[in-house]
Structure formats: C-alpha cells, structure tokens
Design a protein around this ligand. Structure first.
Ligand SMILES: [Zn+2]
Length: 318
C-alpha cells in the first residue's frame, strides 16, 4: 500500500499509555537504559519517523491529532511497578484523561484505565478496583513483568470477581521479559485464568507476540479471551499470513469478525507510526471489511457497551 493511499480511521486505540509526567519520563528512561530507544531510532528513524513517539504531552498530542478528522477513543493503560501506588496512579490517570481530552478539543477521547497490585493484599485490590470503577474507569491493565505478578495470584481474585460481575476488560501483558516479548508457555496461566473466570474478559496484550499462534489457540478455546494488535516497540505482531498459513489466518479473521481482536498502538512507547500499524492491519485482513471495522473500533465499543453497572441499591455496589 502506498503512503498516500487513504487509510480507514482508527475509532478506538485500545492500548495507549498516557501517563502522569513523572511516570512517563521514568518509563522513557527505562527504554533508554535498556537500549530500546536506540533500537527504535536505528530501526525506524527517518525525518518523518523519528524513533519512539515523544513522551512530552503537547508534542505527543500534536503528532497524534495532526491529521485526525474523526475523534479517536483511546484506552489509556497504567501499570504499577510496586505496592502502594495503584490507587493514586488510577486517580491521576482519570484526571489526566479529562485534561487530555479537553486539550485535544475532542479529537482524542481518552478513556482512563486502572490497575491493581497484588502486594496491596486482596482487600486492597478489591477497594482499588471498586474506587476506579466508581470514578469512571472501564478497563483494567496488568503488566506481569513490570509488576512481577502472576494473574493467578490469590490476591487478584477480587479483581477477577469484579471483572466477572461488571464485564470490564482487563488487558494483560504476559511474560517476564523486560524486552516485552511473551513465551508460549507463559500463556498457560491465561488458559487457567480464562477457565477459572469464564465471564472475565481478558485481552492478551500484543497478542502474546511472538507467541501469537498460542494466543490465537487460546482465544478460540475461551470466548472470554481477546487479542490486541499492539506492536512490541519496533516489531509488528507476527500474525499468520494468508499465503503461508491459510487455515490459521482464517481462524484469526473469524475472531476479528466476532469482535475479539482490538487495535492497539502502544503510543508513545512504540517506534512504528500508527498509520503504518493500520496499513499492516489492512494488509492482513485482506479485504475483509467486517473484520477490519471490528478491529479499528467496533470490538472496543462492543466491550465498553457491555459494561454492567451495579443495580441501584443492590449489594454489589461499587
Ligand atoms: Zn503497552
């Protein structure tokens, strides 16, 4: 596809990180310390694509909304690297989401995500999640390597119970690698989790790249397992190709048509421009417009529309 060919709009980007300033610069320093930033510059830098997206808020907004002719909804996902920070981080995420949405003059509608940390104890996890949901969060994020957690940690049980009751999605970055990649065997705990909590919606971040084939298998096995298209810094997700793996490719398209594959960019921690990411999705959806529309917004909308608020006066109050 040529660069100037019209691309379909991304109506929802279900994987972004608009973080409070201090945390955003900490994450960027991490990328620099581990060579991910230079890898990004070496791989993807040119005059028009200068490595990672800027971490500075105004520059980032300017770049994202430059050509936007339709508002884009973004799920903004936080992660907590230690105990005792999730609650206040969630509060800041909500505030920042409102500020950014208004700064962008409605071009970005930032949906604040929330997180929890198992070392806050099961009661702490429950309360943190309840407060976040009561203040408007509709999506949870867990990052297994950053938080050094297992999704099967007993202290996270209240989160999964709330996820079942209220049907909000939880985006899980699986694996222990600091480079962000997922090993196939590390996805076993998603298999276990999805079976244990069949109504809790679990989105496998980056489709478990490069263990994509295992992630597709899990999404086909469990109706509550979803995938996202989010690249890992400089690598697009290695989705099966129509020519080389026609059967698996068709299975992926089936999932996409069902609304089980979400577009995610990982902005600002990614060197591949959003437009190039969309080009790749257009390529592998191979003209299947139902699948494409679902990925670029339909699936995320369906998920958020499925949120079940508690009945007024019921015991399941948030
Ligand atoms: Zn991410």
């Amino acid at each position: 596809m040529q660069a100037d060919e019209a691309l379909p709009p991304v109506l929802c980007d279900a994987h972004t990180h608009f973080l409070p300033k201090r945390l955003a610069s900490k994450v960027r320093s991490f990328f620099e310390d581990y060579g991910l930033a230079s890898q990004a510059s070496a791989c993807c830098s040119s005059d028009s694509t200068p490595g990672l997206y800027p971490v500075q808020e105004d520059d980032l907004l300017a770049e994202l909304i430059a050509d936007a002719d339709q508002p884009r909804r973004c799920w903004s996902l936080p992660y907590a690297h230690k105990a005792g920070m999730a609650h206040s981080l969630n509060e800041q995420m909500t505030k920042l989401a409102t500020e950014l949405s208004s700064k962008s003059k409605g071009k970005l509608i930032v949906q604040p995500g929330f997180t929890v940390h198992p070392l806050d104890g099961s009661e702490g996890v429950r309360q943190t999640a309840q407060v976040a949901l009561a203040t408007g969060s509709r999506v949870c994020k867990l990052h297994c390597s950053v938080s050094r957690l297992s999704v099967l940690d007993g202290n996270l049980a209240p989160l999964w119970e709330l996820a079942q009751a209220h049907r909000f999605p939880t985006v899980v970055h699986v694996g222990t690698s600091i480079m962000g990649v997922t090993e196939s065997e590390e996805l076993a705990e998603i298999d276990e989790l999805a079976g244990r909590y069949p109504d809790a919606i679990v989105v496998i971040a980056h489709s478990g790249h490069p263990a994509v084939r295992r992630s597709i298998e899990l999404a086909r096995k469990h109706n509550n397992v979803y995938l996202d298209t989010t690249p890992v810094v400089v690598s697009l997700v290695d989705f099966p190709d129509m020519r080389d793996e026609p059967e698996l490719h068709e299975k992926l398209l089936q999932l996409a048509r069902q609304g089980r594959v979400l577009f995610g960019s990982d902005v600002p921690n990614v060197a591949i421009r959003v437009e190039d990411q969309v080009r790749d999705v257009v390529r592998w959806t191979s003209g299947d417009s139902v699948a494409l529309d679902m990925i670029l917004g339909g699936a995320a909308k369906k998920l958020l529309d499925g949120f079940l608020p508690p009945l007024q006066g019921s015991s399941g109050k948030l």
